[in-house]
Design a protein around this ligand. Sequence first.
Ligand code: 3H9
Length: 703
Amino acid sequence: MNSLVTYQVQDSLALIGLARPPVNALGQPLRAALLQACEQADADPSVRAIVIYGTNGLFCAGADITEFGSPASFAAPDLPGLLVRLTAIDKPLVAAIGKLALGGGLELALACGYRIGEPKTRVGLPEINLGLLPGAGGTQRLPRLVGVQAALEMMISGAPMAANRALELGILDRLADSAEQLLQSACGYAHELIANHAPARPSEPFADPAKGLPADFFERYCLEQEPRWKSRLAPRLVFSAVQAACLLPLQQGLERELALFKQAEASRQSEALRHVFFAEREAGKIPGIDPSTALRPIAKVAVIGAGTMGGGIAMNFANAGIPVVLLERQGDALDRGLAHIRKTYAISLKRGKLTEAQLEQRMSLLSGTLEYADLADADLVIEAVFEQLSIKQEVFRQLDSVCKPGAILATNTSSLDVDQIAAVTARPQDVIGLHFFSPANVMRLLEVVKARETSAQVLATTLKMGRTIGKIPVVSGVCFGFIGNRMLEPYAREAHRLVLEGATPAQVDGVLTGLDLNMGVFSMLDLAGIDVNFLVRDANRAAIAHDDSYCRLGDELYSLGRYGQKTARGFYQYEGRERHNDYEVVALSERLAGELHVSRRPIEDAEIHARCLFMLINEGIQLLDEGIALRAGDIDLVWINGYGFPAHLGGPMFYAQQYGLDKVLAGIQHYRDTLGEYGRMWFTPAPLLERLVAAGKTTIERL
Ligand code: 3H9
């Protein structure tokens, strides 16, 4: 047997161990080895049952994602065919599922007649997150095992399921007492099956999955769910495959599933989502930093400022079981902050996402203080005070005097120069930016800002810490706005300018949400607060733009007290949660256009798309060229996880690649040449974009 699979015959059992670290992805070589092992076990008359397990404790994370989009993904033996072959073996197969059975891994387990897990086992069909559907029998076998509703829920959510729930549903037949005992228990189970003359496959609880389903089940399901799917293809294909499971016999259902899977695999959306999967994993690897760099322990955290941001940041650590002390200047502000955190947890409790005991346990990890001296033993301090350089510098002077040597000192600034903050301390190597996004306990993006002197160890430690608290940390260099907000600037600039030129906020937002962005520019500003946006802009006009006339609309709304949702008026009018267009904003735009000598005209949606998106992309490419962003994929992660860019478009950089870099460049040049002085001022192609196109490159990389 080759080294990808171990094979042993013991006491009438063939033990087949999957041995392809780290996750036993079912690439062609492993598929071939597994098939060979199963054939051998089938042919050996001394073997009466087969146990398949993961030799390193983990069962299998599914098909090999690196193969998708290449001939390797269906190179013989292909996974669907291999699993059909397994189901034809007339001996009981037991899947011993340690840790994980995901995607094709769970489908492998479903092809076995029997499944045993351990208390920490998680099973799931997360293909949808890759723009795919289960393609090796999952959409046909799972509904027959657990019923259509539970199966659909599992595939549409893509979420992994805990062992107990999988046991309840019948995805697992048994649980071993511990991971250590899993293989032994699996063998015991196999012996029982032999002793009881159990069939190779037990009968399916939902052999006819359509039976008992309400006649309008699929219609209602679609009505309820489709709006959430926006233009995503994969949920629709999952849905079709499950419908097929109800209409067709297994064999034909499997054929239908395969056709749908191939459609999904070839789609641009799946290509984009696979890019995002690997970008997330790449983001943690920093060139020049040895992965074996010793990390500093983070056992206690301090957060300065118990406002919405500080409180949200603190919750991340409490959620991960790390004690946090919150520092405020006034006792009442501290009390308010802690009470707000409790209230937020109480909402999760009400929604069933947290138990009472978990709530109390998390609150017990949070404490408050008014004294800097109480931060002396913190391993990591995150400052979340008012966004003003002098205030933040004062905080860092204090931290420098009280914190223990080796403590990591982080600022949650969204725009200030981290080098200038680090410079007021005697330990700039320990200073870093940690830009959380609001609400900080929910949003997954964490921009990790590496300042000039931040040490490799501090950077590596904070990246690891970011993952520990469930964030997607992305490294940015120091510049105004870092990666995300710097790109927001030209994108929002075009949106504002287009309104001056004749578009309405609703038209601009409609084009952007039509692309599946979570929100358009103007709804986002209304939500974030036009006042907040104005104050940041006003304090940084020099850093933002040499001509800020396009901001006049926002400035005027600010001066009118129209701060957005909080005042029920901003770019739109609000009645409760309902948003309406506001003719006054149109009138204001007309007046400002007159004052600024901007001629108004009807604006096509295509122009909105091109100007907003191309300027966003152009800035991203420029950030890469400047070395502020390390990789195009990092930029994509920032915009997907911090700004609601749809993952199925892969992020703005990947979108540009799929769109065509030459077309993006041509678009920028077109507006440079047709928008007069404004065009010449703003539509300057990033030199890297020009170089890439000149070199005939289709992917965005440093050149
Ligand atoms: C499928 O199964 C389709 C079938 O239905 C039909 C087929 C016909 N393939 O995330 P980590 C790599 S679709 C290839 O850092 P963790 C990963 O890139 C698949 N590589 O660790 C990384 O490599 P590197 C359905 C994979 O502990 C390393 O393993 N399955 C795969 O935080 C460690 O990964 C899924 O969608 C893979 N399937 O999380 C599961 N999985 O070190 C996808 C991982 O070079 N995987 N790698 O950067 C996951 O969700 C997580 O990786 C997992 C581990 C939870 C398993």
